[in-house]
Design a protein around this ligand. Structure first.
Ligand SMILES: [Zn+2]
Length: 264
């Protein structure tokens, strides 16, 4: 699933290619891909594009907010031709200049939702802080981890606490911080919390710089894979750089990769 860096790279691509372009129509190929929460006469011109957690938000001059969630396998692909569609195209934006932005999604969990600009969207309202902002700091993390019995890995994956992290980056940031994913959140020391904040920011920034991580499906809007998979240290790895075997365990139903020698 695309995580914060991949979604940010998609957002950056949309800004490059589609900012200030006018949407002529949104064509739905697979029913229930596009959901309307308001009536639409005209979509209008895209004035602003933002990321919140793993959501993409497009704001138009017709006071609309278009929310795209890529979920497992969703991609937004820029297409210059007027008729080509990739095999898993579920919907597409057509712009007044005839260029298109195609929503391709093999697993079909992704959605395009259309709201009024000021609509409150529960799943977005409930998101925790953005880890690349100054609000994600030692004080915030200490506060949310206080008395928590759950393992740190599960807490960092909780979108209501920190927005945008997923299985890959939590594994990598805990490796960099040398902290076991099994450690109880409430038992982390101040020093460990500082390390987590620092390594979260640095791994996300590096991943964005390398256009995200492609394990299987993720592509940028230019239909290119990311490169950060070449820099992963533990996620889906067998041997740690220390020479020890990487352990693979299940936590909350999901695979966790870590080095028991390097991470305590
Ligand atoms: Zn190791």
């Amino acid at each position: 699933m695309p995580e914060l860096p991949e979604v940010q790279v998609v957002v950056n691509g949309i800004i490059e290619k589609f900012l200030n372009k006018e949407i002529a129509e949104i064509i739905e190929i697979r029913p229930k891909t596009v959901q309307y929460f308001t009536e639409v006469e005209e979509f209008g011109k895209i004035l602003d594009i933002e990321r919140r957690g793993k959501f993409i938000l497009l704001f138009t001059d017709k006071k609309l907010k278009i929310v795209v969630h890529l979920r497992m396998t969703g991609k937004l692909i820029s297409e210059e031709t007027e008729d080509y569609l990739p095999p898993h195209a579920r919907a597409y934006f057509v712009f007044k200049d005839k260029t298109r932005l195609i929503f391709d999604d093999a697993r079909t969990f992704g959605k395009i939702q259309i709201y009024q600009q000021n609509a409150k969207i529960e799943s977005i309202e409930k998101l925790g802080v953005e880890p690349l902002t100054d609000n994600f700091n030692e004080k915030y993390l200490k506060n949310i981890l206080k008395n928590k019995k759950a393992p740190i890995k599960n807490l960092l994956l909780n979108q209501h606490l920190v927005a945008g992290l997923g299985n890959i980056y939590v594994a990598e940031l805990l490796f960099r911080a040398k902290i076991s994913p099994k450690k109880e959140g409430g038992k982390l020391t101040s020093k460990e919390i500082v390390k987590i904040v620092k390594e979260t920011k640095s791994v996300l920034q590096e991943a964005i710089k390398h256009n995200g991580t492609t394990i299987s499906d993720y592509r940028s809007i230019y239909n290119k894979t990311g490169e950060f998979q070449n820099f992963l240290k533990v996620y889906q790895k067998k041997i740690c750089e220390c020479g020890n075997e990487i352990s693979r365990i299940k936590q909350a139903g999901r695979s966790t990769y870590y080095c028991p020698k390097c991470q305590k």
